[in-house]
Ligand binder design. Structure first.
Ligand code: CP
Ligand code: NVA
Length: 308
């Protein structure tokens, strides 16, 4: 049994095998109705709890569909309706849930909740986003990049905007998959230096460049995300928007990258804020494939978690 908690804490060979397995899983489903089961059913007779302490569209639906395609059943739980939201400890919740279900996916705020869940659960635990990282998303993003452009190793990825949780998982992946990452954003919203340091130690070139146009020179992939994450105070919205406006991904910025540079966004997007509709709906955007690939990447992650 394996937990899938973060990219930088998972062995690079295992990560590569998950991406390769996701490609196989995706190909095996070509042309099949969405609700039709896979030929291979690694979750047959297994029950998976999907716990959400924050809103979600993609994570909720893609995990739910993925489990069912692999022969399992799901239980979607809202953190606030559980005793978890009323004082029961994470450790006790983890022990109890492990008696009922075979796997737990949790989207939460504090990373410590995820870690405690994994420590006390006797079934695999998957990180469905915390304030600090979003590893399932970046596994889907790597799958997407490689489908369109081949191996991501040695490529130049540019993160434009807030050095947030999704940016953190990109940094983790830079170290593990061997690509370079340039962060362009305001100094107040730099990514965590601990993650920058680890990626550099693992051999990735990590550059911080305040000028977005300089940053995207030679870029193979440009990535944006919301300027105000779910864990950010709404009261900070205006201040964040003012700081981040120069980092909007628009056509002019895309044109300063390589002509075939891809655009990605984990979604949900705020059109005309962090990215223009022209870019989102333009020829270099792969956002819908990226969203679809959450399904295939997470199926590969769950398969790996149960040791299949
Ligand atoms: N990208 C992503 O995780 O989307 P949701 O918040 O809709 O799950
Ligand atoms: N950074 C965003 C990602 C949403 C999928 C957030 O945490 O709200």
């Amino acid at each position: 049994m394996n937990h899938f908690l973060d990219i930088h804490t998972t062995d690079p060979t295992e990560l590569r095998s998950i991406i390769d397995s996701a490609k196989t899983i995706k190909n095996a489903r070509l042309g099949r109705p969405k609700a039709a089961p896979d030929d291979d059913l690694p979750l047959k007779d297994r029950m998976v709890a999907l716990i959400f302490e924050k809103p979600s569209t993609r994570t909720r639906v893609s995990f739910d569909v993925g489990v069912r395609q692999m022969g399992g059943q799901t239980m979607v739980l809202s953190g606030k309706d559980m005793q978890l939201g009323h004082g029961e400890t994470i450790a006790d919740t983890a022990r109890v849930l492990s008696r009922y279900v075979d796997m737990i996916m949790i989207r939460t705020f504090d990373e410590a909740v995820l870690e405690e869940m994994a420590q006390y659960a006797s079934v695999p635990v998957i990180n469905g986003l915390t304030d600090r990282s979003h590893p399932c998303q970046i596994m889907a993003d790597i799958l997407t990049y490689e489908e369109h452009r081949g191996p991501i190793k040695g490529k130049k990825v540019v993160w434009a905007g807030d050095g947030n949780n999704v940016c953190a998982s990109f940094l983790h992946a830079a170290g593990r998959f061997g690509f370079d990452l340039t962060f362009t954003g305001p100094v107040q919203l730099d990514p965590e230096m601990e993650f920058v340091g680890q990626a550099r130690k693992e051999g990735a070139e990590i550059i911080i460049e305040r000028d977005p146009f300089k940053a995207v020179e030679g870029a193979d992939l440009i990535v944006a995300d919301t300027w105000v994450s779910m864990h950010d105070a709404q009261s900070a919205k205006e201040r964040r928007h003012n700081m981040l406006r120069p980092y909007q991904v628009n056509q002019k910025l895309m044109e300063a990258a390589k002509p075939d540079a891809l655009f990605m966004h984990c979604l949900p997007a705020h059109r005309e804020e962090e990215v223009t509709s022209e870019v989102m709906d333009g020829p270099n955007s792969v956002i819908w494939d990226e969203a679809e690939n959450r399904l295939h990447a997470q199926k590969a992650i769950m398969k790996w978690c149960v040791g299949s």
